[in-house]
Design a binder for this molecule. Sequence first.
Ligand code: HXC
Length: 510
Amino acid sequence: MKDILSELEDRRKDARLGGGQRRIDAQHGRGKLTARERIELLLDEDSFEEFDMFVSHRCTDFGMENQRPAGDGVVTGWGTINGRMVYVFSQDFTVLGGSVSATHAMKICKIMDMAMQNGAPVIGINDSGGARIQEGVDSLAGYGEVFERNIMASGVVPQISVIMGPCAGGAVYSPAMTDFIFMVKDSSYMFVTGPDVVKTVTNEVVTAEELGGASTHTKKSSVADGAFENDVEALAEVRRLVDFLPLNNREKPPVRPFFDDVARVEESLDTLVPENPNLPYDMKELILKMADEGDFYEIQEEFAKNIITGFIRLEGQTVGVVANQPLVLAGVLDIDSARKAARFVRFCDAFEIPILTLVDVPGFLPGTGQEYRGVIKHGAKLLFAYGEATVPKVTVITRKAYGGAYVVMASKHLRADVNYAWPTSEIAVMGAKGATEIIHRADLNDPEKIAAHAAEYEDRFANPFVAAERGFIDEVIQPRSTRRRVARAFASLRSKQSKMPWKKHDNIPL
Ligand code: HXC
């Protein structure tokens, strides 16, 4: 008996060593943690329950029968984050470069199936050389099985990908189908074809970092939702994000204790909007002043900064925030901001997270650059996402709400539940100058007349009251009391029920 027990311990010890001390040292030498160290940091202490520690591949080509490391390059199982269950896989680069064999994929599929069945998020830590070259099509089949599960799990349990090393070729499509992708600066990259292939095919010379590093994907492509300095910071931030999310689509998001007065009055908000309507201000100030304890988890902070997306809590409850940012491009809607916000709205709706929309939008960005790239279809994504969302929706217009962008930004007409406006709001088809130049074209050569027409237009429309008279705005509120009013609005909507007509699925303009 004693021998068997010690054999188990020996086998465990061997499995935990992955590809051996030399490769572990090499991993550390690159500033990267090992697969197991990452899991330890991600999960609550001693909460990890490992599965399939002794699984090894079945390949007999290219001498692989003599190289069958226990675990086959991926550590899988479940554990807790602040006491709440999550499933996790962590690819082990020290074992055959973390490459994906049929059995490696099977291990990932097993925990994904369990996550869907038991209603808990899946967190995937990616650090892999891609398809196990010695296995050929068996490896591709394994990827296909993982992809199919990514699709099945989408909207059922939150899926989070953390890229902590290479992620290349078709392998990128598994993270791409998850809800959030986080990367580590300087040690991770994602691309469909690497620098060598790029050079051969297009003659373009580019480094891996330029082609698919964290900066590229958070600032240019928007493939990734956040970039962090190192493994430790990335894993701590994933823990923070998980705290905002429900475990699955049948549960409400967690309610956390809060120590912030829900009726907190913020007098400084009364002067947040400058008197000159052409001057910018920082919408983040409003978000931070509304949030419980000023805690805001921003998603895609570095991309399309003219719109802000992220999570706050009000009375301890998670709220998804979408806000125009007047500091960048005057808060205009364009292709990038519409796509960014639409995806966020759809995530919130899929997981029963109420949506707060803060509006200061002068309209859609004009020009051939936008039209040729399809701003019509991309803008429609956000419109569609808001209109189909059945979660509680509360909207606050702080200043401009012009034209189509007024309708898009969670207006009453898209089934928003409670629509507030600050007294500084201007709700109109367009700004006074543009409007005057169109409806009083005959007076264009007479600056005095034009100024008088513009003043008349401003008097009529540069306020929230026309919309309020029609019930499109439920109440004009004092900026200082926004936190209390919004929190009460969401509280009144906690048992909201709203249904869509039966359909197989919708056809959002992709
Ligand atoms: C088998 C692999 C491997 C792979 C790396 N290794 N990638 N083994 N299949 N795909 C092994 C190496 O042989 C080496 O083994 C160890 O992992 C570490 O690799 P190194 O090359 O020494 O590391 P490094 O210099 O850091 O380079 C990492 C790398 C490089 C850039 C990822 O290994 C590489 O280019 N690998 C091949 C990548 C690739 O072409 N993959 C297929 C992509 S196509 P030893 O024993 O020496 O330690 C794909 C299709 C998916 O993935 C399709 C899905 C539908």
